[in-house]
Design a protein around this ligand. Structure first.
Ligand code: NAI
Length: 471
């Protein structure tokens, strides 16, 4: 098969950046150029100060340090990188549509289509085009049509350029991206041309054992990514559904999770009850799956998966609702300290974070919120709230304060809400926090991370998701 020496990746986000950094690290013989139209993002990827990379992931700074300038490059010159490369990854965003047909459900593929048209326009020789973004099943068909019909020298014609399309969805989890990329459970490659498939297998074979590289037809590969995310989210919603029943019955969801997780058919992972899943992918991909099922008339299939989202929305709402009820049915003018804003620990990503929705609910009740998150910027937190369009920007800045010190956040607070499972929360001086807070001092642990007994002994009134109030 064709030996790949130059790779281009369109999209320098949470997937494109880390994925390409690891490919470059593991394949010193391949030149990897990551391009993006977002100049600020590219500048940050090129920043001398590795603390300023646009994506925070443990260990990512080391990988970038090793490969950047050697065979890893970040650039805004999209055309040039496309022209040079034999293999082009498309790793642009595919958000839920916010307009028109399929609004609020379908994936918006306009960024993907723009990439395809750009590749078709620029390419002067044969290219392997790799779908890295998560896409609806059968998108490769559309890509093929665009690539082969819109270029300056369409395929099939004399001297026409040949495009092979592969699907290679990314299974990394944010917060453990580098670890996941270094030792993936599997790499999935879907395609119909064995030579093109082999070219991509050869790239991954630099560090991934052959047994972990799965090849399938292109439709299976596309659909497997949506399916994987649907199953993962479904596990969270399943344990969360039981968390509410645990709180009513005196069962402890963590004990239940441990008890069922020892069954090898169920397995122990991804059984942690929480205030709800977030992140840019789970909701978007399930909505997309639901939309696809509906478009084929499969209404029972669609309803089945939609329930995962409904349960997640319910979990966020009931967590917020419980705060209001517990604080004597009013939080108006009360200071509530948020510990955590990111959608999970070890990332600065806040997309669809449960914290945003819990905050919105409490702000509607006129609460005053003070946020502390170890990695999320003030600018991002306001942007997340403004994006909801629930109230104007001035109001958001009036009601929400962002601080860079957890003790400042909890000073004179009526209650603390734990929204992210950052390790450092456990290690705080909780006696000091108790002394700083108003009494009674309420803690609502939406991630079940705090030491219940210890906090009770200090005098906190503590509610733990899936356990209930104790103390
Ligand atoms: P992102 O929003 O962080 O990054 C996408 C980047 O593409 C942006 O920087 C944007 O400026 C750039 N872009 C958009 N159109 C462009 C164009 N025409 N030319 C050049 N650059 C362009 O998105 P993220 O999170 O990296 O996700 C990308 C895809 O990967 C999505 O389809 C997502 O579903 C999928 N995915 C995401 C995972 C995650 O953990 N975030 C995990 C697995 C898959």
């Amino acid at each position: 098969s064709k030996k790949i020496t130059k790779i281009c990746c369109i999209g320098a986000g949470y997937v494109g950046g880390p994925t390409m950094a690891v490919i470059a690290q593991k394949c010193p013989d391949v030149k990897v150029t990551v391009v993006d139209i977002n100049e600020k993002r590219i500048a940050a990827w090129n920043d001398e100060d590795l603390g300023k990379l646009p994506v925070y992931e443990p260990g990512l700074d080391k990988v970038v340090e090793e490969a950047r300038g050697r065979n890893l490059f970040f650039s805004t010159e999209v055309d040039k990188a496309i022209d040079e490369a034999e293999m082009i990854f498309i790793s642009v965003n595919t958000p839920t549509k916010t307009y028109g047909k399929g609004k609020g459900m379908a994936a918006d593929l306009k960024f993907i289509e723009l990439c395809a048209r750009q590749i078709a326009r620029v390419a002067k020789d044969d290219k392997i085009v790799v779908e890295k973004s998560t896409l609806p099943v059968r998108t490769a068909q559309a890509l093929k049509s665009i690539l082969h019909n819109t270029g300056s020298s369409p395929a099939g014609k004399e001297g026409g350029v040949q495009f092979d399309i592969l699907s290679n969805p990314e299974f990394l989890a944010e917060g453990t991206a580098v670890e996941d990329l270094h030792a993936p459970d599997r790499v999935l490659i879907g395609g119909d041309n064995p030579e093109a498939i082999q070219a991509l297998v050869d790239v991954y074979a630099h560090w991934v054992p052959a047994a972990n590289i799965l090849t399938t037809n292109v439709w299976s590969s596309e659909l497997s990514k949506l399916t994987a995310n649907a199953f993962l989210a479904q596990r969270v919603s399943s344990i969360n559904a039981l968390s509410e029943l645990c709180e009513k019955t005196g069962a402890d969801v963590n004990e239940v999770a441990r008890a069922i997780g020892t069954d090898s058919r169920i397995g122990p992972k991804f059984l942690k009850a929480s205030v709800g899943f977030g992140g840019s992918c789970f909701q978007k991909d399930i909505l997309n799956l639901v939309y696809i099922a509906k478009s084929y008339g499969l209404h029972e299939v669609a309803d089945y998966w939609e329930q995962v989202i409904l349960m997640n929305d319910h979990q966020k709402r009931r967590f917020a609702d419980n705060i209001v009820t517990t604080l004597y049915n009013t939080v108006s003018g009360k200071k509530i300290a948020f510990l955590g804003w990111a959608f999970k620990k070890d990332t600065n990503d806040t997309r669809e974070s449960a914290a945003i929705h819990v905050a919105d609910y409490l702000l509607n009740e006129q609460a005053e919120i003070v946020v502390y998150d170890p990695k999320v910027t003030e600018e991002q937190i306001y942007a997340d709230l403004d994006y909801l369009n629930t109230r104007d920007e001035k109001e958001n800045r009036k009601l929400v304060t962002v601080v860079n010190d957890p003790y400042k956040a909890t000073d004179e607070a009526h209650a603390i809400a734990v929204l992210t499972e950052w390790d450092e929360f456990r290690a705080y001086d909780w006696q000091r926090i108790y002394d700083l807070m108003l009494k009674p001092s309420f803690v609502f642990d939406g991630r079940a991370v705090l030491d219940r007994e210890k906090l009770k002994n200090f005098g906190f009134e503590i509610y733990i998701i899936g356990v209930g109030s104790c103390g």
